[in-house]
Design a protein around this ligand. Sequence first.
Ligand code: ADP
Length: 493
Amino acid sequence: MEKKYIVAFDQGTTSTRAIIFDKKGGIVSISQKELKQHYPKSGWVEHDANDIIKDQLEAFEKVMLETGINPSEIASIGITNQRETTVVWDKNTGEPIHKAIVWLDKRTTPICEELKALGLETYVNENTGLIIDSYFSGTKLKWILDEVPGSRERAEAGELLFGTIDSWLIYKLTKGKKHLTDHSNASRTMIYNIKTLAWDEKILKAMNIPSSMLPHVQESSSNFGNLNFKGIEIPIYGVAGDQQAALFGQGGHQPGMAKNTYGTGCFLLLNTGTDHLVSKNGLLTTLACSIENEKPNYALEGSIFIGGASIQWLRDQLNLINQAEETEVICKSIPPLEDLYIVPAFAGLGAPYWDAKAKGAIHGITLDIGKKELTKATVEAMAYQTKDVINAMLEDSGSSIISLKVDGGASANNYLMQFQSDILNVEVDRPKMLEVTALGAAFLAGIKAGFWTLDSIEEVRERETLFSPIMTQQAREAKYNGWLNAVERTKSK
Ligand code: ADP
């Protein structure tokens, strides 16, 4: 039968989805299941890995049933997943030996302190692109080997396997035939050397992790085995961690391409090309999605703790608005602000300031400042924070930025997008289809299947609006300097 569709499996922290895309990149059908969260102790977050594979297969069956699509019409499957979450399972039974430890989980902070005491900080940063933090998989894997009785011996005897969620799904979908991961997921484990593109012996030794339990790492767009669905073999041809998949889905496979996801927090990635860079500003270096027969590109990654969350604060704590969407009308209804800044350091100041003790502040209040002005200053803070991170990325990479591709809930705000373009002096490009993470996984799978080419995906990702800078350079500089002053006054010391 003619291959008409690509399916994306989008396994996120709170939900698991299956999405069918047609050749134009349009969504034919989506099915979603909420994922049960387990909080056994304060600071601990777990998922049941068996729930994850069950939900994924159920979501897939549901979209197939609803659409009546024949499995032989599917060219391939692409997987995108919550990153860093760690699973260890028995090679013979396929059963996890512990619940999956989720990226948010903080239980391994003491292990991180031990690694720092061993003097590994610089080595880890230069070779994995990451900082030593409980966020990444390595210390979660060590914790399981330390805490589950007999597990280290079993791992040494080759009986246990480790994987991030992509590896776990591939293993189960291929009935235990494939134990694989891709460059983008491997680069979030803190045990993968992104310079040599191999598991890092020195870090593995420091954590006493046997290399026999690690998956083979390959290109994000390559052959990960088949899912046999109702007697039909469907190849899995794409795999990527969610943020890198979003960059790819935004057409960000070339150096100089950046994307920002404006969600509760903001996630920024800049493709910096094939040269490995170490950030001087506390940003992470990570591997972007890779394609067969091409050298992988690196990306700098930065996040903003409080993005859309500050709009929720306006709504829920200050009662200045009823709905996030109102902020756009309010921003447009008043003249440009003069020297009013809200620095939403509600969780400290992140990149490039790294001041955990800082608290949020409002600067420049005068008698004429009211609800609308405060709302507008909160929206604008998202754009200023984005510029701070992008400036840090540009300083680290010494390159320039071609355009900023945007997605996430708050990217719907036209005032914010125009202001972002003005403050950055860069074009801001919003796609028609905001499901860029799933689309990225579909692109990877579709390229390997010959369904799309790297060139044709440019057309598949359709632009909805291009915001071009209209602010004068003088106004831009004055406003941004005002912001930098406000940040300076917000620092804890
Ligand atoms: P997440 O995936 O982190 O849950 P979403 O991508 O769904 O986030 O975006 C939701 C966030 O975007 C919320 O914090 C909300 O306050 C903010 N938001 C949604 N719509 C708008 C808007 N029109 N203007 C500003 N912020 C918005």
